[in-house]
Write a protein that binds this ligand. Structure first.
Ligand code: IVH
Length: 694
């Protein structure tokens, strides 16, 4: 090789390097690549071939030497020390008055006792939890399912408004929570860039903020202008303030942006006045808000109010009215759900409602269609509020086509042909028509599988709705336990997973690994995954807390025939009741469910529920309150007991560990004495609670 050859190679190597770097920049930072992936790969190949032929060309600056360029395949999970909660929603002014009245009632406050509340804009972005230790940002996580989020630390560090180091002596441990959002102007500019690059557009600023933060490559996040408002907190080593307002002021002093429109109000009327004020400003803010959040200002009162399932009793979101539009109803399709419910879905002429294109809407049920006399071909009014699926409000009768016929709701399942009936009960006829096909109905079986792998259940990465449909259609996964034998069967299959469209070595390996990782699963997720009627995430958690192990739940549920003590035990769990107890008993009484459980438990280990507040002397105990309480309301006492890890039951049985009896206690106290259950008064209970809190 001559010196000339080497010089040519060197020049070509430099040129290719610069070109690749430019395309990296366009792709990662600007989201606007100008060449195809194949062309890019070709450049890379030529670059690598030169390196192989002339190793002497490689320097520290070579692209192949750059580390950290390859983005991670997925985010690590972060367990939230304090769960990230959601908020209850209200729409009407009267609901706000109810909220304030409810807070007062719970706390036992008289109508004229002062009660201060903050009103803050509800930012339409995505929430994020930022952990600081000794003033340094150490971790940032998305909300996830509220208990476990994704580690987005590297991405969050690219957001200029989020301080890496805090000012003014913050607590040693401080988790600041707030909203990451994108301004309307930046959103429009980003979409323009996306359009130019032939990439899909974001539906709204919220989605674009989420899409930008949840990027595996922080360089992309860095290229997208994101902002932040702090409004809440998770773990805090010592509270620097005693009110919501005080906390916001502290956040500001540490260096966080807080929303200037937050105000302190003293009555429902004042909250509403501020709400309408903010609503009037909405268009001039430059970022999307979807309502106003009201919070009890005093943190000691917040603590007393506590939570109902995942929403605080001390806060509520007052949403702005929904966006409305009219369009033509092209067709009504019936979807069959996991429990066999036939749900009518409206297929619409696509229309933009509040910036989002809508082509489907829910029609709820048969009666709703009849009541509104909705016919195919009608022009309908629809509305969309927040993230919920759009709803049809009614028909524009003047525009009804002459030949439009009233809609006849099917009486057979459109999927399996079984009869679809409306169950009758004491309360009358169910509004929902259900397919009676059970597991022979493919729709039900498929929906149950989708539920089984969903985010709050088994949450198997790479096994979503689309894949379940595919695997189901091919008979590869027809029941939950099939998921766990997929890899073993694939090893001996004629046509392997890797050979099919859309799969490669990596995706198959990842899928099998994701399945492996779920061979151990927390009890609450497992119960939720079973898809028992009326057992959603919260009730699954209640059952898990009460029974601690799956065996214990199964044993009681099997014995839970009507009127039995076992049935009463489930019925008595705080928050459940007769309907849930019946559904649980029914589920375990079905032979095919029992068979499926046996099959599944061969592959899956269910982890017992972790005890909450295990240091508390009442953790795991079943407590009953009876008689009148003087220092707090009954609701507050119950909430407090649950916070300390106790189970609150409504009646005394041999499973009761402790009865807290106030003046006027009657038959429950007698029963406790008869059974020899420990009985204390309110004072003793409060002492116990104080000890438990430490
Ligand atoms: S407080 C326990 N304040 O709304 C309190 N949330 O629908 C939890 N959000 O997940 C939240 N602005 O992402 C709170 N000023 C604000 C908010 C706000 C927006 C979001 C947040 C939350 C969701 C609940």
């Amino acid at each position: 090789m001559t010196a000339d050859d080497l010089a040519t190679a060197r020049a070509e190597y430099a040129r290719l390097g610069a070109e690749i770097a430019r395309h990296d920049e366009l792709y990662y930072r600007e989201d606007a690549p100008v060449i195809s992936d194949a062309e890019y790969d070709d450049l890379r190949r030529r670059y690598e071939a030169l390196e192989k032929a002339h190793p002497e060309l490689v320097t520290e600056k070579s692209l192949s030497k750059r580390i950290g360029a390859a983005p991670a395949e997925k985010f690590a999970k972060v367990r939230h020390k304090v769960p990230v909660l959601s908020l209850g929603n209200v729409f009407a002014d009267a609901d706000v008055e109810d909220f304030v009245a409810r807070v007062r009632r719970f706390l036992g406050l008289s109508a004229d006792a002062p009660l201060a509340m903050t009103a803050e804009p509800k930012i339409d972005g995505l929430s994020c939890s930022l952990r600081y230790e000794h003033g340094h940002l150490v971790q940032a996580a998305t909300r996830g399912d509220g208990y476990e989020g994704e580690d987005v630390t590297a991405n969050v560090k690219t957001i200029g408004e989020i301080p890496h180091v805090l000012k003014h002596a913050p607590p040693a441990v401080l988790e600041v929570r707030g909203e990451v959002y994108m301004t309307l102007a930046d959103f429009a500019a980003l979409n323009e860039r996306q359009a130019k690059a032939g990439k899909p557009l974001f539906a709204n600023p919220r989605n674009s903020a989420a899409g930008s933060l949840r990027q595996l490559d922080p360089a992309i996040t860095a290229s997208r202008p994101l902002h932040f408002f702090a409004y809440a907190w998770g773990e805090v080593s010592h509270m620097p303030a005693a009110t919501q307002m005080g906390m916001l002021e502290k956040f500001k002093s540490y260096g966080f942006p807080v929303n200037k429109l937050t105000t302190l109000c003293h009555s429902a009327e004042e909250l509403l006045r501020h709400y309408h004020d903010i609503e009037n400003h909405r268009a001039t803010l430059g970022y999307d808000i979807d309502g106003v959040v009201y919070k009890v200002n005093d943190l000691a009162l917040q603590e007393r109010l506590g939570f109902v399932s995942r929403a605080p009793r001390w806060a509520v979101a007052h949403k702005f009215p929904a966006h409305q539009a009219t369009t033509v109803l092209r067709d009504i399709e019936i979807q069959v759900g996991r429990t066999g419910a036939l749900t009518p879905v409206a297929r619409l002429e696509p229309v933009t409602v509040g910036g989002v294109v809508v082509s489907n809407a829910t029609l709820h049920n048969e009666d709703e269609i009849a009541r509104k006399d909705i016919r195919i071909g009608d022009t309908v009014r629809l509305q969309r509020a927040g993230d919920v699926i759009p709803q049809i409000l009614g028909v524009v009768l003047e525009k009804r086509p002459k030949n439009a016929k009233p809609y006849r709701f099917p009486h057979v399942c459109p999927v399996c042909g079984s009869a679809a009936i409306r169950e009758k009960s004491d309360g009358g006829t169910d509004v929902v028509r259900r397919c009676t096909g059970g597991l022979i109905c493919q729709a039900q079986a498929q929906e149950r599988l989708k539920h089984f792998v969903s985010r709050l259940a088994f949450d198997i990465e790479g096994l979503g709705e689309k894949q379940i449909e595919q695997f189901y259609a091919e008979g590869l996964i027809t029941k939950p336990d099939d998921i766990f034998t997929l890899a073993a069967r694939d090893a001996h299959a004629k046509t392997k997973l890797v050979e099919r469209e859309g799969y490669g070595e990596t995706s198959v390996r990842n899928l099998f690994a994701a399945i492996e990782a779920r061979r151990e699963i927390p009890l609450n997720r497992f119960i939720f995954a079973l898809g028992i009627r009326h057992v959603g995430e919260t009730n699954a958690r209640r059952l898990a807390r009460h029974f601690v192990t799956f065996e214990a739940l199964r044993k009681t549920a099997r014995a839970a025939s009507e009127g039995s003590e076992a049935r009463a035990e489930i019925d008595n769990i705080e928050g459940l009741g007769a309907v849930v107890a019946e559904a649980v008993a029914d589920f375990f009484a079905e032979k095919h469910n029992e068979d499926e459980l046996d099959a599944l438990l061969k592959y899956v280990t269910v982890e017992p529920m972790e005890a909450v507040a295990s240091s508390s002397p009442v953790a795991g105990k079943t407590v009953v309150f009876t008689g009148s309480l003087e220092r707090m309301t009954r609701d507050e006492a119950k909430a407090q007991a649950e916070r300390l890890g106790a189970k609150v039951a409504s009646s005394v049985s041999k499973n009761t560990d402790l009865v807290v009896a106030g003046p006027g206690a009657g038959s429950k106290l007698d029963k406790a004495k008869e059974l020899g259950v420990e009985t204390i008064d309110e004072e003793a209970w409060l002492k116990l609670a104080a000890e438990a809190r430490g």
